[in-house]
Design a protein around this ligand. Structure first.
Ligand code: IMP
Ligand code: MG
Length: 180
């Protein structure tokens, strides 16, 4: 499929199909269910907007009591990480009372999560962990190591299943990579 990246057009191809995503998200939910006590509340902190679709599929498969909260970060312009991460929403005070599981779409440089987790640690939650659908280990520039990873992928920019290029393509039901 051809995708429009601002003025340019580029070729993209399917990297992860709907079925591959569905199977892996179910397995990831099982891993998460095993990690937490069945009777303790986990506050799920969804990083908007990218993790919205992943999180909605994931949390319906979790068995422990949950609270759902969202947070907005700003870090990216186009396909470049700006390295300048802002937390745009007020963080909920309940963070100090529960286990906190951050749900993210993708870890690239790791700067967004490094900044967010530093702020979350100030609340002294019972525990703090990260579940990310995608991880680009070759791109890391911080020591962020997510506890739960759906798929490790290469360096190419990806779109779909919540991931965007400047706001577009989040609605693709699969994940496509933009060819360099
Ligand atoms: P980081 O701070 O460099 O780890 O960037 C993380 C954020 O950048 C993610 O939460 C995404 O919103 C965005 N991002 C990084 N790589 C991609 C990509 O390949 N496609 C779409 N968004 C991406
Ligand atoms: Mg994101």
């Amino acid at each position: 499929m051809q995708v429009k990246l601002g003025e340019k057009t580029a070729e993209s191809q399917v990297l992860l199909s709907e079925e591959q995503i569905r199977v892996r998200v179910a397995a990831l939910a099982d891993e998460i269910n095993q990690k937490y006590p069945h009777d303790e509340t986990v506050l799920i902190l969804i990083v908007l907007h990218g993790a919205l679709i992943f999180a909605s599929d994931l949390i319906r498969r979790l068995h422990m009591p949950t609270l759902i909260e969202t947070v907005r970060l700003r870090s990216y312009v186009g396909t470049e990480s700006t390295g300048n991460v802002q937390v745009l929403t007020e963080l909920p005070a309940e963070l100090s009372l529960h286990h906190v599981l951050v749900v993210e779409d993708i870890v690239d440089s790791g700067r967004s999560l490094s900044c967010l987790t530093a702020k979350l640690r100030e609340f002294e939650p019972k525990s703090l962990a990260i579940a990310t659908l995608l991880d680009k280990p070759e791109m890391h520039q911080t020591d962020i190591e997510p506890e739960f990873v759906g798929f490790s992928i290469g360096r190419n920019f990806v779109i779909g299943y919540g991931l965007d290029y400047n706001g577009s393509y989040r609605n693709l039901p699969y994940i496509a990579e933009v060819m360099e």
